[in-house]
Design a protein around this ligand. Structure first.
Ligand SMILES: [Zn+2]
Length: 623
């Protein structure tokens, strides 16, 4: 009798947990629009991941409660009775319950912390799947022993649908099928393509690398790599600060399309990212990044099996973490995204690198110590040329340090013997302004010093060293990677061009938009002409964060248009809107193809105000 009751409870619990998992899965798959984008494998992996997790957590909680109860009955309750020799039954009862609940909560909390450690579920998926299947099979056998007819009877007796054993058989069937499919997809079937590593050095302007013509020897290793790779001489970022730009790299969409435009906005979940596409193909996906605006809360972890966030960490940490992961996960093609922060304020390269570029202990700005706000405020009080120079020295030391880390990555690949099976994409999210237009740092204009980025793509044995003059922008990276790795994507889902199209000069225009500080701007480049539109629209989300400091940190902006002839005026000093009216009108018409209404951006403000302030502080934008 007792075992029959146990079986019934088993059914009910499994059904409820499965249903919860199913609902969560459907919500997640629907929010990401995996089915309309034909990412079917990803939908199944997502479903089995969520359902397994919920069943596992549910069972663990049940076992714990059960275990604690047994322990309590067998041992602890006796102890308590001995200790509290009070002749007040009520007080005794309350004390017992209090202790029971307290101990349960403590153990449950520990269990939750243990499970929440992302690595636990990720690293042990195979084992967990096997254990779960065995467990469910065991229950199924027990049910069979009890006899099928007995299982049908309770249904007639009016058992609610949710706990009905009939439903259990259906759920069980679905559960086993999706787990087997996931197992097949992520363990047995191998994707055909090579490994892919995407390296982004934050705020690295192209012209501070040797291979892009810099006079100082900042990048010997990257230069050597570039000589055997495709180097794009004319590459533009699609925005001048991290979040919209990295969003464009990952989605091959312009910022207003992927939605991550302002400080608190989130990368659209319903657009595919390169990570999701590659995971759907069976790639392992790994990310380690250092910029707080690229956090999971901002949606940048979409499609990553493992996404580690080490805010503001030095390059060495990123390199080490990646190498460790690489060694622990051999044999299966992977996509890895490494985000280096050493070229971003406060340029915290180790001392040995600073010394090579004239960084000394006497200078005003110390490596890793000064904040963006310091320079911005000092800038208004006229920074001396010497101080400006010392900041550039710090920056160059950062570039050199990233270069050193780049070499370490190449060495790890050599060590593992996978260099010739790996595509490496080296780029940046935007440049850095060193007073070319009177200001410092990034995120406030769309001038060339902030848009020109390096783009170097190496694939030993498959591509030869070549300098490509054709125009390219960050949204092209996804289609290029897909083409080079022999995979295809739906053209309608992306804005970028693939390598063949770029080399045959199909790129008509370059488009950039979005601003961190000041009014919303957009820019369009067509042949030698560049048009910048200063909209005058200021997003309150960004502005409010600065409070009274706003007028100091946000440079005065001009409302209206700026037109530059990049060939004759690469420094963008002479606005030709008046003189070249015909060009202006043509470009303005072309710009209108990008149907942007800044007020209507995806403004999912999931990020709390306090978190935003914390991020800004850690980045050095505010005190
Ligand atoms: Zn950045």
């Amino acid at each position: 009798m007792k075992s029959k009751k146990l079986i019934k409870s088993g059914f009910a619990i499994f059904n409820v947990l499965f249903l919860i998992g199913l609902v969560f899965s459907l919500v997640e798959i629907n929010a990401n629009e995996y089915l309309p984008q034909h990412l079917f494998n990803l939908a199944i992996i997502t479903a089995s991941g969520i359902i397994d997790k919920i069943i596992l957590i549910g069972l663990l909680i049940l076992f714990l409660i059960f275990g604690i109860r047994l322990f309590w009955q067998a041992y602890l309750s006796r102890l308590v009775r001995i200790e509290i020799k009070l002749n007040k039954p009520m007080l005794l009862k309350v004390t017992k319950w209090f202790l029971f609940v307290f101990i349960s909560l403590m153990i449950l909390e520990e269990a939750v912390i243990f499970i929440k450690k992302e690595g636990f579920i990720y690293r042990n998926t195979l084992l967990i799947q096997l254990l779960l299947i065995l467990f469910i099979l065991f229950i199924a056998l027990q049910i069979k022993k009890a006899g099928i007819s007995r299982i049908w009877r309770p249904v007639k007796k009016g058992f609610s649908l949710i706990v009905s054993p009939a439903l259990s058989w259906l759920f069980l069937f679905v559960f086993i099928i999706i787990n087997l499919l996931t197992f097949y997809h992520s363990h047995l079937k191998r994707p055909d393509g090579p490994n892919i590593i995407l390296i982004i050095a934050d705020a690295l302007r192209a012209d501070h690398l040797g291979c892009y013509g810099y006079a100082r020897d900042t990048s010997p290793n990257i230069d050597r790599f570039a000589s055997d790779s495709l180097l794009f001489e004319n590459a533009w970022a699609n925005s001048s600060w991290t979040k919209p730009s990295v969003g464009s790299i990952l989605t091959s969409l312009f910022p207003h399309q992927h939605g991550a435009v302002y400080w608190s906005s989130v990368l659209a979940h319903n657009r595919m990212t390169i990570t999701e596409v590659l995971k759907n193909l069976g790639y392992r996906t790994y990310g380690v990044q250092t910029n707080p605006v690229l956090s999971k809360a901002h949606g940048f972890n979409q499609g990553f099996d493992y996404y580690e966030q080490i805010d503001l960490a030095r390059g060495e940490k990123i390199t080490k973490e990646f190498s460790r992961w690489l060694k622990a996960n051999p044999g299966r093609p992977f996509f890895a995204y490494l985000h280096y922060y050493d070229t971003h304020v406060p340029y915290n390269a180790p001392k040995a690198f600073g010394e090579k570029f004239g960084v000394n202990s006497y200078q005003l700005f110390k490596a890793g110590e000064f904040k963006t706000i310091d320079v911005r405020l000092l800038n208004l009080l006229d920074l001396s040329d010497e101080d400006k120079k010392s900041l550039i020295n710090l920056y160059d030391a950062g570039v050199n340090y990233v270069d050193y880390n780049f070499k370490c990555i190449l060495d790890s690949l050599d060590e593992m013997g996978i260099s010739d099976k790996t595509i490496i994409v080296f780029t940046s999210d935007h440049g850095e302004e060193f007073w070319e237009h009177g200001n410092y740092e990034h995120g406030h204009t769309l001038y060339e010093e902030l848009l020109r980025v390096p783009l170097i793509i190496g694939y030993p044995g498959k591509v030869r060293g070549e300098r490509i003059k054709s125009n390219v922008q960050l949204v092209d990276i996804l289609p290029i990677i897909m083409q080079l790795s022999g995979n295809s994507i739906n053209k309608n889902d992306t804005e970028g061009l693939n390598l063949t199209e770029i080399i045959s000069n199909k790129q008509e225009v370059i488009f950039a938009e979005g601003i961190l500080l000041g009014d919303y701007k957009r820019a369009i480049i067509k042949s030698n002409w560049k048009l910048i539109e200063n909209s005058g629209y200021v997003n309150q989300d960004t502005l409010e964060l600065y409070g009274d400091l706003t007028r100091y940190v946000i440079p005065k902006y001009k409302f209206g248009y700026e037109l530059y002839d990049l060939q004759n005026d690469p420094g963008e000093n002479k606005n030709l809107v008046e003189q070249k009216n015909k060009e202006f009108i043509k470009l303005r018409a072309r710009m209108r193809h990008y149907k942007v209404t800044p007020e209507n951006f995806n403004k999912e403000t999931k990020i709390e105000r306090n978190k935003k302030l914390e991020d800004l502080k850690s980045l050095g934008y505010i005190r």
